[in-house]
Design a protein around this ligand. Sequence first.
Ligand code: HQG
Length: 182
Amino acid sequence: MKNQKIITKTSKNLSLILRHNPAVIGLTLDENGWADVKELIAKFSARRFKMTRASLEEVVATNNKKRFSFNEDKTKIRANQGHSISVDLEFEAQAPPSTLFHGTVERFLTSIFTEGLIKGSRQHVHLSADLKTAQNVGSRRGNPIILKVNSLLASQEGIEFYLSDNGVWLSDHVPVKYLERL
Ligand code: HQG
């Protein structure tokens, strides 16, 4: 259990560092969001708490949302999605399932049904292929409201969708006409 606590704490710190603020430990990411693993371990251990390659590998392997990935030779690591800093994750647009879902809360609905789904501080709007994930995402903020996205029509009409390495569907903006409250 103690180990699990450290893993969770490490994961939360990594989300902050690799998605939002690498400078907090004096790190820089390359243009594609990659951090050098040796440098990350050294700088993380110096400013946070002791991190080893083994503990980092465990975080990557066991993370419930597969938030992080190594490159092929495991010299670099990055977050798969969720960034607020500008990085190019090299996503290629691809055909989405005909329906996608977005979990939100009541207080955002007026604005969402005025301007569509916007990315806010993140680099993309986050969508899911399954209802359950959208429910969980909405629940982070209160009683979840689920929006159904007519992604088939949207993609036919030129809206682009991307799939992150950890299975999150992303888009730049989803206009109101493709949204329906469930
Ligand atoms: C809302 C977590 C007003 C949107 C989750 C959401 C997810 C609008 C909030 C991932 C709006 C943005 C992303 C508009 C959208 N007016 N509000 N026009 N358009 N919104 O956190 O989707 O644990 O950036 O409904 O599980 O909640 O970090 O996005 O409520 O997968 O890996 O603006 O973050 O994953 O909030 O969550 P967020 P999200 P991690």
